[in-house]
Design a protein around this ligand. Structure first.
Ligand SMILES: [Zn+2]
Length: 283
């Protein structure tokens, strides 16, 4: 085989992926979901089951009330539900049995609500350590999101430390969106935006989100729009590809078709469960 430069492509043969992540299951998710539907975008809503239905008392400039348990399945049916710990605790502060309970009870309760295994978790307050990561893996999660802004479009090295590109309130949001759309990088690029929907009331900036999602929608022709879990499942399938020593064969042992580009230009669809013969390349 000649010189190779194998690179992941997202489903559809795209080099770019866009995903969103919103925390806490607040009542403003309803308005945000209308925007998601309007612009046909995908994301993950991370919920602490134990605080669903919680309605804080007293006057305030904005509400952080949570949606009701009975609303969850229908409300988020076109998006992904992720875990966020049962009572939104600092998981790094707890003894292991209770930390495990916070993670497992939240996951089990949400799974029986939405009737599917949960794949994605968001660290409450962004706080985690290696024990929390280990328990999340044992609980069957595929990955977890931090709150560390990167202002970059790299794929995560560690699926349990997914650092988002930026928060939706970031002053660079639209310039990052422009950079992402206009990027001609040969490497796969991921634009990952997170936040809390109550912040749109608090900061009176629903128009910012409307403008941002409209821009992403208008430029969607070469971008894969995915939930966090869809993204992680795809990256997992990519990592499981099995190469022959001479590079002429690639076996895809998963149930997901995986697309790659070899030698800069040749697109290959590696079919689920099949061995693909890679064309010889000229030096
Ligand atoms: Zn939270």
């Amino acid at each position: 085989m000649g010189k190779r430069f194998d690179t992941l492509l997202f489903p559809g043969g795209f080099k770019k992926a866009f995903t969103l992540s919103y925390d806490d299951g607040v009542i403003q998710d309803k308005r945000l979901l209308e925007l998601f539907e309007k612009y046909n975008v995908k994301g993950t809503f991370n919920i602490g089951y134990g605080v669903l239905g919680y309605k804080p008392e007293g006057p305030g400039p904005f509400s952080i009330s949570k949606v009701e348990i009975e609303e969850v399945k229908e409300l988020y049916k076109d998006q992904e539900v992720g875990g966020h710990s049962l009572y939104h605790s600092d998981l790094t502060s707890l003894g292991e049995p209770y930390m495990m309970y916070e993670i497992l009870e939240d996951k089990q309760k949400l799974e029986s609500l939405v009737e599917k295994p949960l794949q994605m978790f968001a660290y409450p307050f962004g706080l985690f350590n290696k024990n929390v990561k280990r328990v999340l893996k044992s609980a069957g999660y595929k990955g977890a999101r931090t709150i560390r802004t990167t202002h970059r479009f790299d794929l995560p090295d560690d699926p349990f430390e997914i650092d988002p590109t930026c928060h939706h309130g970031d002053e660079k949001l639209m310039s990052l969106a422009g950079d992402f759309i206009n990027s001609a990088s040969l490497r796969p690029q991921l634009f990952f935006v997170w936040g809390h929907a109550y912040e749109f009331d608090k900061d009176d900036n629903w128009d910012v989100m409307d403008e941002f999602l409209a821009y992403m929608d208008a430029n969607r022709q070469d971008i894969w729009f995915a939930t966090n879990g869809e993204l992680l499942s795809y990256l997992e399938a990519y990592k499981r590809l099995e190469y022959s020593v001479d590079g002429s064969m690639i076996y895809n042992p998963t149930c997901t078709d995986v697309e790659i580009v070899t030698s800069f230009t040749t697109k290959e669809v590696l079919k689920a469960g099949e061995i693909t013969r890679i064309q010889d390349t000229l030096l």
